[in-house]
Design a protein around this ligand. Sequence first.
Ligand SMILES: Cc1ncc(C[n+]2csc(CCOP(=O)(O)OP(=O)(O)O)c2C)c(N)n1
Length: 436
Amino acid sequence: MRTPKPLLDRITGPHDLKALSLTQLKELCQEIRQDIIEVIPGLPCGGHFGANLGSVELTVALHYLFDTTRDRLVWDVGHQAYPHKMLTGRADRLATIRQKSGLAPFCKVAESEHDHFGAGHGGTSISAAVGYAVARDLAGQDHQCIAVIGDGSLTAGMAFEGLDHGGDLKTGLIVVVNDNGMGISPNVGALSSYLTQIRVGKSFNYLREHIQQLFHHLPLGDEFIEGLERLDQSMRHAVLPQIYFEDLGFEYLGPVDGHHLEAVIATLRYAAAARKPVVVHALTDKGKGFPEAEADPGRLHAVKPATTGPKKPAYTDVFVRVFDELAERDERVVGVTAAMLEGTGLAKLTGKYPTRILDVGMAEQHAVTLSAAMALAGRRPVAAIYSTFLQRGYDQVLHDVCIHRAPVIFALDRAGCVGNDGPTHQGLFDLSRCAT
Ligand SMILES: Cc1ncc(C[n+]2csc(CCOP(=O)(O)OP(=O)(O)O)c2C)c(N)n1
C-alpha cells in the first residue's frame, strides 16, 4: 500500500529539486526508496527492484546538478531508471510500469523529454553519450553528455568501444560507473576484478587525503610539494590500477560512496566543470534499504508476481533437466551464458559442473565465437542465451558458427513475444533460417 510522500508528491519535474536543501534532498532519497519498496513488489507483472534501490542518490544528484531539458543523460539498460522516471514527472504512474498503456519498463524517448535514449539491452549508453557529444560539438553547443552504466554492463564489448572512442575525442563526456559488484549474479571477468581492486584500494585514497591534509599545514617549499605529488602519482599507479580509464583518455574520479549525497554531488560538479572525458566511479549497494534485497541482490534483481495454481514446467526447467542429462552422459558438453546464469537456469548446475559452465559476462558476441572455437576443438558447447540478446551475436552465429559448420547448440530462452519487458526484449528473430 502506497503511503503519501510529502516531498516526492510535490515534485513535478527535476526543476523542483534545485530549490531543495541538502537535508530535503536526503529526505527525498528516503521517500523515493520507500515508494519503490511499497509499489514494485505489489505489481501484477513484477518489476526491477534491487538496482533501483541502489541508484537513488546518484539519480537525485544528477537531476539536482544537471538540466535534462538540455543536458543528455543516458541510462544503460534502464532497469535502474525508476527513480529517474519518478523525478521526471512520472512518479504517480510508477504502479503502471511494465503493463499495457503504462510506463515503459526502461527509458523511452517517446515517453519523456528527459529520456534521451531508449534501451533494454546493455552496454549502449557510452556510445549514445559519445554520439550526443559529437552532435553537440558539431552544433557548437555546450551542454553536458552523461552515461550511467553498471559494472555488469561495463563487461559488454560495446561499452569498451564507447570508452575507446570517447576518451580519444577529448571532449566533455561524463561516464558514471555505478559499481555494485553485481550484474544479475555476482559480476565476472577481469574488468570486474579490476574494479574490485579499486574498491579495496579505497583505504589508499583516505590515507592520501590524510597525508595531504597533514602536509598542507606545514611550511614546505614548492619543490617538496611537487616531489610529494610525483610520489603520490607513482604510489597511485602502483597501488591502484585506475590507469585503465586514464590510459583510455578519461580522468578517473573516485571511488566515491554512491549513497553519500554530498560526496556524489561534489564529484559530479567537478566532473561537469572538467569539460573533458571523465569517469566517476560510484560504489553502491544493490537493494540498498531493503535488507532482504541487500542480502540476496541476485534474487531480488527483479520481483516476480506470486503464481497461483499448478505450475507447468517452464522452458528453463526443461532446459536445465536436459542439459544436466547431456552433460552427465557426455564430457564434451559445456554450458555458456552471457551474464544470465539465473535466467537461463544454469546457476542450478554450477555446483555440479564448476568447470563446464562458463559465465562470460554481458558479452553475447564473445559467447558465440568462443563456443564456435570450443566446438572446433572437440567440445559440444551449449550457448544458452535469451533470444532477444542473441541479436547481439548474429554476425558471430553466421560468421563464426555457420561458416565453420561448428557444432554449437543454441538454447534460446524467452523466444517469441515476451510482453512485459517491451519491444527491446521480444524474441522475434530466432526462427529465421540461415542457408549455409
Ligand atoms: C545485451 C544484454 N544482455 C543481457 C541483459 C540482461 N541484463 C539486464 S540487467 C543485467 C545486469 C546489469 O548489471 P549492471 O549493469 O551492473 O546493473 P545492476 O543491475 O547491477 O545495477 C543483465 C545481464 C541485457 N539487458 N542486455
